[in-house]
Design a protein around this ligand. Structure first.
Ligand code: NAP
Length: 312
């Protein structure tokens, strides 16, 4: 079996070595321009068109959870990956735990009013504030897939009311499930903390806009952990400034790296991280890909295949 690998920033030597160890008998090579030799599988991130075009691959693996960048490239270059070649993505591979850490720590930060105490400290002010009530600190998770469900699982023991929104109804213990566009308003009504873990698709671009934000509880919080295109940054800033929102924690932005002139940097109620909420953990990703390839070779059913029409 021949596997070709291409990632613009990963440690290629590590990947080639550990994939070879995890799939004994497989010949794994880095793809370089001009390489037209046959291959069975391709592992890619931002692949050049010529890497995939014209190849009769058994499958392609995207080396991340989100496949928006590869799908948008496919729109412009459908010849790169004909429909009959399945595209897989990484499911969890350590990202679930990182999202759990991020979301739980930030929810507790807001719930214990550390944001307010941080601002009071800057004014040298000693001022014990009223406690928030757990019962009215409802957390709503947009997107209830691999990562959204993990975040819900980690928040459950803390006792906040939990709800999620997805296309299909879910049955997660202790989580109220809302499904489809029609149920979005009831999901938003009463939500105090909104956590976004949707994929980037035609239907979800710009979903967190003033119309949506206005349906949340007053003094709500927004955490965007998915993609910058989901959030209309101008609407977020307006909602922060008019008091509808109390705070925001952002990991992803409409433009990355975020330009120096963005007003988000200086906003006192905006916390920021540079797209690190959950990164691909190489050893777990290698184990996942090796297992999936072995299952495919054995003719078994596997999960993680991207539905290109749906967009995720
Ligand atoms: P996933 O398993 O595919 O889950 C996506 C969820 O969104 C599913 O529950 C799906 O509903 C729901 N959904 C999709 N379109 C919808 C729509 N139009 N209306 C309502 N619900 C919709 O994806 P994942 O692995 O959890 O990853 C989610 C996203 O996180 C990725 O696409 C990526 O962009 C982002 N991400 C960010 C980072 C970071 O570092 N910031 C790291 C990893 C991933 P159904 O379940 O009903 O299909």
């Amino acid at each position: 079996m021949d596997i070709i690998f291409y990632h613009p920033t990963f440690d290629t030597a590590y990947w080639l070595k550990s994939l070879s160890a995890a799939l004994p008998g497989a010949r794994v090579r880095e793809w370089k321009r001009g390489d037209n030799q046959p291959a069975d599988y391709a592992l890619v991130w931002h692949p050049p068109v010529e890497m995939l075009q014209g190849r009769e691959l058994k499958a392609v693996f995207a080396l991340g959870a989100g496949v928006d960048s590869i799908l948008s490239k496919l729109k412009a270059h459908p010849e790169m990956l004909p429909e009959h070649i399945p595209l897989f993505r990484l499911e969890d591979t350590g990202m679930g735990q990182q999202m759990q850490e991020y979301a739980v720590s930030q929810v507790l930060h807001w719930f214990r009013r550390f944001d307010d105490y941080h601002l009071l400290k800057q004014q040298s002010q000693w001022e014990p504030l009223a406690e928030y009530s757990r019962e009215s600190f409802t957390i709503g998770i947009l997107g209830a897939g691999v990562l959204g469900s993990k975040v819900a699982e980690a928040l459950a023991p803390w006792g906040f009311p939990l709800r999620c929104w997805s296309r299909n109804r879910k049955q997660y213990p202790g989580v109220e499930s809302f499904a489809g566009k029609d149920e979005l308003p009831s999901f938003l009504k009463g939500t105090r903390v909104l956590i976004n873990l949707l994929p980037n698709t035609a239907e979800t671009v710009g979903i967190i806009n003033s119309e949506l934000l206005n349906q949340l509880d007053d003094e709500s919080y927004v955490m965007n952990l998915a993609r910058g295109v989901h959030l209309v940054e101008h609407d977020l800033l307006a909602a922060l400034d008019n008091g509808k929102l109390k705070g925001a924690m952002l990991d992803v932005y409409s433009s990355e790296p975020l330009p120096k002139e963005s007003p988000l940097w200086a906003h006192p109620r905006v916390g920021m991280t540079p797209h690190i909420a959950a990164v691909t953990r190489p050893s777990e990703a290698v184990a996942y890909i090796a297992r999936t390839i072995s299952q495919l070779e054995a003719g078994k059913t596997v999960t993680g295949q991207v539905d290109r029409q749906r967009g995720y």
